[in-house]
Design a protein around this ligand. Structure first.
Ligand code: AMP
Length: 213
């Protein structure tokens, strides 16, 4: 089962991606998480990616495509995966399709978690992330048990640089210019499924579960 999650930054696709991955027993692959792990480790890739991420811009396709193709070639992806945050441009989608075609495989579903821009800005400024383990929370919607502290590892939660308001505005512009065209792209391939992302997290998950059988 190969699933792509689409939606604006902050639409909740990461949370849904994790839940779907768990339900189907396949890896959840987030290119944003891979970049953040590299930044934390101080790798060359991390340093390069950070320049773009801190401004709300996309990391260039050459870098992103390579890390994604390496990741999906690993053994744990044999039964499929849920991609979260990839592809974000038409060229990225084309490279992925070409790689899959060579293996006689294809994407089964592209799930679009639909949330209007107004909701996004509000959501993202309330988001808090754990720099130690990568878990994410929301001050209103998914609060940690103890304020400011990660439920999973006890780390201190932070507002990520790329969740700051100016950066969010940039990310939304980038999303509309470069990522939204993917909705049409997967629509034409007949694999697009849209769900209302403004409702409660569990309801969004139920709607997705009804689609993916
Ligand atoms: P995310 O955690 O998916 O919201 O990604 C955080 C940031 O990582 C994005 O704003 C981009 O700068 C970068 N990024 C993640 N995935 C991609 C991608 N597929 N293409 C380009 N940049 C990406």
């Amino acid at each position: 089962m190969k699933i792509i999650m689409l939606g604006a930054p902050g639409a909740g696709k990461g949370t849904q991606a994790k839940m779907i991955a768990e339900k189907f027993g396949v890896p959840h692959i987030s290119t944003g998480d891979i970049f953040r792990a590299n930044i934390k480790e101080g790798t060359e890739l991390g340093m390069e990616a950070k320049k773009y991420m801190d401004q709300g811009l996309l990391v260039p396709d050459e870098l992103t495509v390579k890390i994604l193709l390496d990741r999906v070639a690993r053994e744990d992806c044999a039964d499929g995966y849920v991609l979260d945050g990839f592809p974000r441009t038409i060229p990225q989608a084309e490279v992925l399709d070409a790689a899959l075609e060579k293996l006689n495989e294809k994407i089964d579903y592209a799930v679009n978690v639909d949330v209007p821009d107004e909701n996004i800005v509000k959501r993202m400024s309330g988001r808090r992330a754990c720099p130690k383990c990568g878990a994410t929370f929301h001050v209103e919607h998914i609060p940690p048990k103890q304020e400011g502290i990660c439920d999973s590892c006890g780390g201190e939660l932070v507002l990520r640089d790329d969740d700051r308001q100016e950066t969010v505005q940039n990310r939304l512009k980038v999303y509309h210019d470069q990522t939204q065209p993917l909705i049409d792209y997967y629509g034409k391939k007949g694999v697009l499924k849209s769900v209302d992302g403004t409702v409660e997290m569990q309801k969004v998950f139920q709607a997705i579960s009804d689609i993916i059988k």
